[in-house]
Ligand binder design. Structure first.
Ligand code: IMP
Length: 177
């Protein structure tokens, strides 16, 4: 895939505007309560950074690394916890920040992991993108910014074989869909 073959699906301006709307909603919900924002690396890095900058409550950021894709454009079906070290989240407000919910296997793995290991005060799942058509589990993000069709997308943290994470917008290429 070549950068010149990419078509913009969601512009930088649209992304930033939606993140602003989501942050306003979350600021209203949590008011001054502390939140543990858990960024799921690597894909959610851009979204998490831009979102937390717009949050007004006390925030502690944590980073975990899960993988399921390898270098292909379809999920392996197996979630690999590369690094899931977390502090004690008992009694805490937990905000999971993910790039995309596709099959939902990663989201389910993570929610089950949190529920099994901690009694949180609250847990919400925020995803930049929601690809509902390809869902294979019964999980859905509590909050998401954009609903997308069954397209393999890149940019703004999302990659194809490690490439394109640095694009400030979300894009797709016809021939790998
Ligand atoms: P799920 O477990 O199938 O929901 O997929 C979750 C992970 O797969 C995401 O966190 C992404 O890293 C990756 N993924 C799913 N769809 C795409 C895509 O369209 N582009 C890039 N990565 C994707």
């Amino acid at each position: 895939m070549n950068t010149k073959d990419l078509k913009v699906l969601i512009s930088e301006e649209e992304i930033q505007a939606k993140i602003g709307e989501l942050a306003a909603k979350l600021n209203e919900i949590y008011k001054d309560e502390e939140v543990y924002a858990i960024c799921v690396l690597k894909g959610a890095v851009m979204f998490a950074v831009d979102l937390v900058k717009k949050l007004n409550m006390p925030v502690k950021m944590e980073f975990i690394r899960l993988s399921s894709y390898g270098s292909a454009t379809t999920t392996s079906g197996k979630v690999n916890a590369v690094d899931i070290a977390l502090p004690d989240l008992n009694g805490k407000n937990v905000m999971i920040i993910e790039d995309i919910v596709d099959t939902g296997l990663t989201a389910k793995f993570l929610i089950d992991f949190i529920n099994l290991n901690f009694h949180t005060k609250s847990t919400v799942f925020c995803s930049l993108l929601d690809k509902k058509m390809t869902r294979k589990t019964d999980v859905s993000p509590d909050y998401y910014c954009f609903d997308i069709d069954d397209k393999f997308v890149v940019g703004y943290g999302l990659d194809y074989d490690g490439h394109y994470r640095n694009l400030p917008y979300i894009a797709y290429a016809d021939h790998i869909i």
